[in-house]
Design a protein around this ligand. Sequence first.
Ligand code: BGC
Length: 750
Amino acid sequence: MNHHRNLSLARIALVLCLTCFAQAQSAAKPAPGSSAPQPPWMNSSLDPDTRADLMIHEMTLDEKIQLVHGDGWGVLRAGAFVNTRHNGGAGFVPGIPRLGLPDINLADSAYGVRMAALQSRYATALPSVLGMSASWDPDAAFLFGSVIGRELRAMGFNMSIGGGMDLIREPRNGRNFEYSSEDPILAGTMVGHLAMGVQSNHIMGDIKHYALNDQETGRNILDAKLDARAMRETDLLAFRIAITLAKPAGVMCAYNHINGDYACENDYTLNQVLKRDWGFKGFVLSDWGGTHSTVKAALAGLDQDQPGDDNFFSDPLKQAVLSGQVPQARLDDMVHRIVRSMFANDVIDHPPVRSVVDPFRGRDDAQKIEEESAVLLQNTGNILPLSAQTVRSIAIIGGHADVGVLSGGGSAQVDSPGGNAVNPVPGGSPWGKAIYFPSSPLRYIREQAPGAAIAYDPGTDNAAAAKAAASAQLAIVFVTQWMTEGQDSATLSLPDNQDALVSAVAAANPNTVVVLETGGPVTMPWAPNVKGILESWYPGIGGGQAIANLLFGRVNPSAKLPVTFAATEADLPHPQVTGLTPRTGNNADTVTRNQPRQRPQPFAVDYNVEGMAVGYRWFQEKSKQPLFPFGFGLSYTQFAYSNLKVDPGARSVTFDLRNTGSQSGDEIAEVYVTLPASTGEPFRKLAAFKRVPLAPGMSQSVQIPLDPLYLSTYSTATDSWSRPAGDFLIEVGGSSAALPLRQSLRLAAQ
Ligand code: BGC
């Protein structure tokens, strides 16, 4: 405490003494090459907070106001004002040249940089975030983020607004491909590393949409209900882990309400949890159009209104400050958070340097990540890997596999090079259309098996597809599920009658393999009738090669599901997407924006139905069998677990892992904990994981630390976390549903 006070006093003293300097000298940034002294805040040996205070001290009220809102919809809306320094991204905040403060140019960048085509640029399309999370590999997440950061920097942006962190409570959510997992520890760890990768390039990172924007239907009008304990232990825990790891510059508050208040004017989630409890030092920016007030939002903790054309944080905020409704100190805090983040992330000392994005490096990185991310779900009779020596003929069917791979839509959409690979038209990749990237699985499968007869059938006519399948030794069916921001899927079924296509092919050829390109979990009524199933998610620009490498065993599959695949919607906590009615359509967002008179009534989404039992926990609690469980994924080799030891204080687990098969492979080892019954959490929860590479026949003693937080619960009575006393069960294995090692231990409260 004293330490903090001393630091603050030192900062105030420094500001006061340097004020004389700043008044005596011109505060303007000296021209390059000039011998004029640097303004004091350019002294990079000072900490970011001191540097920000020094600069802010020189700002006028108008300059401060200028920093706390964007300058409009810009390139996102036809006819909107576009500043000449605007870099063509989703957002722009003009800097203050006289003080040497650069503009903030923000770009959507969920799985790659958005809107590159607008400036004739190239951007790498990585696999979906959900796909990448199936790698359970924080290094892959870091690489993913670093590709985004590298390309943003080359294009002249200094802030990413990717970092989708919402928990997958609703498996039909249209944006699940931008998110990571139903488990808070996996999601927080992966997205945290993603944001670290972004920020490793002198780019400001962001985590969004804070919080509980867990479905798209009615996102602007819904009220997400969840009690404080469940929220802290699930959705907020995921954000906490990512924010603690990455210390992102920004946290974007969501469109929806949370327990009655809009997420962007929610004192509990912004002031109390994010800023007070987690010590977040960056700034809260609103989702685009997500600000709904001036005074309430400012006092609740919103720091920057985006895109700013609603004028909540422009003149109305200035007036509110002048009249004392919003204290000057609160405005200074908003500005401090923004400017300190710019110093902390080095966008002032190391501004972006424009260069040509390296598409080859990006493609290689995307392919590598996809090869760690595609999950082998079924491999009856070891139909996979295919052998180029023995395979004589293959029928490749459906999914536009002749030209490319599918991607996710909305503000995450990356522009496909050359235009959509299916029916290319000039321009970028339009909102509302399924966009394919030109990485043809057919082409790369042909490369792997040059001696085989490989024919393609588009899968548009089931009888023709069945005929093609019947005439080949093996059939590979590609099925797709296009998902996008702004709308959810009404069901978990594959769209466009593709289930019937797979069934027709499987009936015609017993050697059928299905490759899925989906935004999230889907049902597979045909699963018992096919031999192989590979979930490739949205596989990115290296997807065709990665899929071929996995099918032919050049790469051994290693990924595990970051989300449960239910057998039927009836097994979900919400069998229907709440609010998705014929009246709202599946896009209440568009309804509210464009047809205010038909505005549907606000509604609540009651997440207390499942509460803490999100995803696999729900399935365990309700004794329901999923189609494929969380944490599940096959390999071309096998692993054996033995010899579990939990240290008496439950600080770590140790066990032996052996590759008992004949191929090298990575095993993702998962550690689950079941808390004492007194906690009222009757399910196992992921507590730790580790990806372990092992050569055939080799074994390794694996030690994995256990974070005491993940053995703790949150008490609303004391507003704090603690580890309960009682009997804990620790289980270790390769899937949430197959845990060969278990040990109980009694622990004291902590
Ligand atoms: C999305 C955000 C996005 C913003 C700017 C909003 O519709 O929800 O994720 O960053 O638009 O494009």
